[in-house]
Structures are given as structure tokens and as C-alpha cells.
Write a protein that binds this ligand. Structure first.
Ligand code: ADP
Ligand code: MG
Length: 159
């Protein structure tokens, strides 16, 4: 039988980018290093917007922008660093897979990944995933999924 860890899921929705950022900021305030967060949505879904709130919640004052052309960006948050990857339209991760593999085992790093399809084989099972779906009315449906060990992040976002 395949090993299956207990997972926690939570669905919510946000009506604008500010609400998404606030939610992400709360979740970020629970990060202590070593968290891996995969963001999934169509283009314009709100992954980078979520990352902006998250990075603020982790305690960084750095400006968050889409790393689409640089693939990765690093934000300073005191003792912690946030590594923001975006593999949009990349056919193969190349050297970036080595950089990603390194930070994934750094206990001081929080790793956020957009468009992570091509690095699925590197990502640990122990990660928080967020799926964002654009609704016809413009709001976003957010579905968080995490193993038990990261459930506290979701709990923080809920309160
Ligand atoms: P992605 O990184 O997924 O391509 P972005 O975060 O760059 O998406 O862009 C999301 C766009 O959608 C922004 O222009 C943002 O203002 C807008 N938006 C509208 N409603 C929301 C919402 N509820 N949550 C997040 N972004 C929203
Ligand atoms: Mg983006």
C-alpha cells in the first residue's frame, strides 16, 4: 500500500488583491524557516500577489515582483531568507534545479514556487500547496493543502 500522510485542506475566497495579501501575510507570520510553498493558478491568478503578502508577513520589507525573467528572487527577512522561484514557460529547469535543491534543505529559507510543474520531482512531499482559481465574478477561490506538520500555517491564515 502506498504511504499516505494525513493532509489538511482549507478552502476560502478573496474578493480582491488586498484580501489575498492580508491572508498571505497572516500565513507568512507563522513561517519560521524551512517552509516550502507551491502556488498554482493560471496566469494572473494571484500567485505573485499572494507572495507579496507572504513575504511581508515573514518580516521582509523587500519589494516583491514577478521573477518571470530572472526565475528566482531572494528577499531578506532578518535571519531568514525567502526564495521566490517562477518557472513560467521554462522547458527544463537547468542550473535552477540545483539552486532550488540547495535552498530546499536550508532551514533558514522559506521557498515559494510559481509554475513548479517542471520541478515536481525535486519538491518534497512535505510542502504547502495553494491552488488559486479565478471565479467569473473576479474573486479567487483558494484551496490550501498541507501535511499535518504544516497545518499550523493554514490555522494562522484562518484567524
Ligand atoms: P500570477 O502571479 O498568478 O500570474 P499576479 O499576482 O501577478 O498573478 O496577478 C494577479 C492580478 O489579479 C493582479 O492584477 C491583482 O490585482 C488581480 N486580482 C484581482 N482580484 C484578486 C484576488 N482576489 N487575489 C489576488 N489578485 C487579484
Ligand atoms: Mg506570478
Amino acid at each position: 500500500m502506498a504511504y499516505m500522510s494525513t493532509v489538511v485542506t482549507w478552502q476560502t475566497s478573496t474578493i480582491n488583491s488586498e484580501e489575498t495579501e492580508r491572508l498571505a501575510e497572516k500565513l507568512g507570520s507563522a513561517c519560521r524557516g524551512g517552509e516550502i510553498i507551491e502556488l498554482m493558478s493560471d496566469l494572473g491568478g494571484g500567485k505573485t500577489t499572494f507572495t507579496r503578502g507572504l513575504v511581508r508577513g515573514i518580516g521582509s520589507k523587500d519589494a516583491v515582483a514577478s521573477p518571470t525573467f530572472t526565475i528566482s528572487k531572494v528577499y531578506d527577512a532578518g535571519m531568514l531568507t525567502v526564495h521566490h522561484f517562477d518557472f513560467y514557460r521554462l522547458d527544463e529547469p537547468g542550473i535552477m534545479s540545483e539552486e532550488l535543491a540547495e535552498v530546499l534543505v536550508d532551514p533558514q529559507a522559506i521557498v515559494v514556487i510559481e509554475w513548479g510543474d517542471i520541478v515536481q520531482h525535486i519538491l518534497p512531499e512535505k510542502r504547502l500547496t495553494l491552488k488559486i482559481a479565478q471565479q467569473p465574478d473576479g474573486s479567487r477561490a483558494l484551496t490550501f493543502t498541507a501535511p499535518e506538520s504544516l497545518a499550523h500555517l493554514i490555522e494562522k491564515a484562518q484567524n
